[in-house]
Design a protein around this ligand. Structure first.
Ligand code: SF4
Length: 378
């Protein structure tokens, strides 16, 4: 039997500065640290290919995330890609995504990425109103996003994603609708719309505690989510996951792996992997990460082998987020395994989960409470 393809995720842990709401593991970009990191990451790719089951598996998607991958020079990103091609076997139609902060990528850099085989650019626009960006401490301006998208097109990219957020401090329903309208004018193939969540130990959390910033308004976020579903649906985007919308044929292949319980290898500090029924994660510390690789050790700090029931649990919880849903028999088998039959019946009675023929999925209202429902079914 041939092994199914897997995805490769590269965590680039650098940003020029930290946005107020961000709790990701990252370091402030420094040239010498970036150089050393690129060497370590290439070494990790080599070791992973030698030591993991990943070695003989076709790779269907490569995703440079972070952090800000484009905090690295385009030449550094392309040398990482060459290393990947040397040690792993990419499918001929491999989706290769680079996340970019619009103010960190030049015309020349985009051309280099395109020529190296990157197929998809994902820009962290966050909002198309400068006032919103200022209130979340996100550097850069809307005009830089517009310029970056135009440059990406000029470089040859046709598959472009914009990440935007709603429920931002001071953002109103009308300004969110304007942001969506400005995004649509840029004709991306894909839009990810995330509700702002307040993470512990962020500047935003401290600002809310000191009453310098308002708390997110859940009711308003629900209205904004519904507006996104309506506006993007009318514009021909299919919502295929709770946060994600795509023109037909442009769903993100890499992210679909996460929601369909597919397998992926993560490289870089704090990157997570799921291979052969085992979840494992890298250490979230650049110095410890580099020290391990200098000693030719993989920087893995935890590893959990999932039982068949745990694999089904994860498949159900992630799969319900998909608009196409999951086979209903999987939901009911998981409910029996974990003693969730009553709560599942309640979610169905409240029409937060809907069943249609042989498939189950979150309803439109259920999608607005996706994280709570995931908690109930865990
Ligand atoms: S650019 Fe992205 S990863 Fe970097 S601090 Fe801002 S939100 Fe976090």
């Amino acid at each position: 039997m041939t092994s199914p393809p897997l995805g490769l995720y590269l965590h680039i842990p650098f940003c020029r500065q930290r946005c107020d709401f961000c709790a990701f593991y990252l370091e402030i970009h420094r040239e010498n640290r970036a150089e050393a990191f690129v060497r370590s990451l290439k070494h990790e790719i080599t070791l992973s290919a030698q030591q993991h089951v990943a070695a003989n598996r076709p790779v269907q998607s490569v995703y440079f995330g972070g952090g800000t991958p484009t905090a690295l020079a385009a030449t550094q990103l392309t040398t990482i890609l060459s290393e990947i091609r040397t040690h792993l076997s990419l499918t001929s139609d491999c989706e290769i995504t680079v996340e970019a902060h619009p103010s960190t990528i030049s015309e020349e850099g985009l051309a280099q990425l395109y020529q190296a085989g990157v197929t998809r650019m994902s820009f962290g626009a966050e909002s198309m109103e400068d006032g919103d960006l200022a209130r979340i401490g996100r550097p850069g301006s809307v005009s830089e996003t517009v310029t970056a998208v135009a440059r990406a097109r000029a470089a040859g990219f046709t598959n472009i994603n914009l990440d935007v957020m709603y429920g931002l401090p001071g953002q109103r329903l009308e300004s969110w609708q304007r942001t969506l309208g400005h995004c649509l004018a840029l004709t991306p193939t894909h839009l990810s719309c995330y509700a702002l969540t307040v993470e512990e130990d962020t500047r935003l959390a401290a600002n809310i505690q000191r009453r310098r910033s308002p708390e997110p308004d859940e009711g308003l976020q629900i209205d904004m989510d519904e507006a996104a579903q309506r506006i993007l649906g009318d514009a021909g985007y299919e919502q295929y996951e709770v946060w994600n919308y795509a023109k037909p044929g442009y769903a993100c292949r890499h992210n679909l792996l996460y929601w369909t319980n597919g397998e992926y290898l993560g490289c870089g500090p704090s990157a997570q992997s799921y291979l052969d029924g085992t979840r494992f994660g890298n250490v979230a510390d650049l110095t410890v990460y580099e020290t391990a690789l200098t000693a030719s050790r993989l920087p893995i700090e935890d590893r959990t082998k999932l039982s068949k029931d745990e694999q089904l649990r994860d498949a159900v919880i992630f799969g319900l987020r998909l608009i196409r849903g999951i086979p209903s028999q999987h939901l009911h088998r998981h409910a029996q395994n974990y003693g969730h039959a009553t709560v599942t019946a309640q979610l169905l009675a409240q029409q937060l989960i809907e069943e249609d023929g042989a498939y189950s999925r979150l309803s439109a209202r259920g999608r607005l409470q996706a994280d709570t429902i995931a908690g109930l079914l865990y």
